[in-house]
Design a protein around this ligand. Structure first.
Ligand SMILES: [Zn+2]
Length: 216
C-alpha cells in the first residue's frame, strides 16, 4: 500500500509540474483547443463589430463572485468565479500567452462562468460556458499602479472604453482539468507593474484577499 501511495504521489507531482504529462491523467489536456497560445499578430482577423464589455459590480471590494460580465460578443451574462496571476521565477517573464513570441512579465486571469451554471464542471458542457479574461503586464518605470489593499477588479482593469481592443479565440483552461469550453479574451491594453514587483510577486499573495488560487 505504501508503494502505491508513493507511486500516486510521484505521478501527481510529475503531472502537474510538466504539462507534457497532463494528458495521461487529464484527457481534456490533450484536446485540440488547449490554451495558452502564441498570438501571431500578422494572422489575426480584425473584427470591428466585436462589442466592448460591460462589468457589473466590479467596484465591489468584498466578493469577486458578485462581479458579472456581459457584452464582448458573449452569449449572456457571466459571473466571476475566481482570479489568479501567472508569473515567472527569479524575475523571468511568466505570462502564459505570448504575442509574436514575446512573453510578458505577468498575466492576470479572471475566470467567469455563464449563468445560470454554478461550477466549471457544469459550464464545461456548454461550448460558451466559460469566459476567461486575460491581462498582460508590462514593467513601467514609474511607481507601481498595482497596489491592491482591498482588491477590487476596478483597481487593476482599465475603464470600459479601454477594453474595446482584444484578441478573441476559443480555447481551454490552461491547467488540469483543461476544460475545453473557454471563450478567451486577451486585452491589448497592458497593465503596469514595477520591476520590484516582478522580482517579488509574493506581494500579490499578501495584498489580495480570498478567493486566491494559483492555477488555471
Ligand atoms: Zn490562469
Amino acid at each position: 500500500m505504501d508503494v502505491i501511495w508513493i507511486f500516486v504521489w510521484i505521478s501527481l507531482l510529475s503531472c502537474c509540474s510538466d504539462p507534457s504529462h497532463w494528458a495521461a491523467l487529464f484527457p481534456s489536456c490533450g484536446g485540440l483547443r488547449q490554451s495558452p497560445i502564441n498570438i501571431v499578430s500578422s494572422k489575426v482577423h480584425v473584427n470591428s463589430a466585436l462589442p466592448p464589455f460591460d462589468f457589473i459590480g466590479h467596484t465591489n471590494t468584498l466578493n469577486i463572485t458578485s462581479v458579472r460580465l456581459t457584452g464582448g460578443a458573449l452569449p449572456g451574462h457571466y459571473r466571476a468565479s475566481q482570479f489568479h496571476f501567472h508569473w515567472g521565477g527569479n524575475g523571468n517573464p511568466g505570462s502564459e500567452h505570448t504575442i509574436d513570441g514575446e512573453r510578458f512579465p505577468m498575466e492576470l486571469h479572471i475566470v467567469h462562468i455563464k449563468e445560470p451554471y454554478g461550477t466549471l464542471a457544469e459550464a464545461e458542457h456548454d461550448l460558451a460556458g466559460i469566459a476567461l479574461l486575460g491581462f498582460l503586464f508590462e514593467v513601467m518605470k514609474r511607481r507601481s499602479t498595482t497596489v491592491i489593499p482591498n482588491f477590487r477588479l476596478s483597481d487593476v482593469i482599465p475603464s470600459s472604453r479601454e477594453l474595446h481592443n482584444y484578441y478573441r479565440y476559443v480555447g481551454s483552461i490552461t491547467t488540469p482539468g483543461c476544460e475545453q469550453a473557454v471563450t478567451w479574451t486577451l486585452f491589448h491594453k497592458t497593465l503596469a507593474i514595477s520591476s520590484r514587483q516582478v522580482r517579488k510577486p509574493e506581494f500579490l499573495k499578501k495584498r489580495i484577499s480570498k478567493p486566491w488560487r494559483t492555477d488555471g
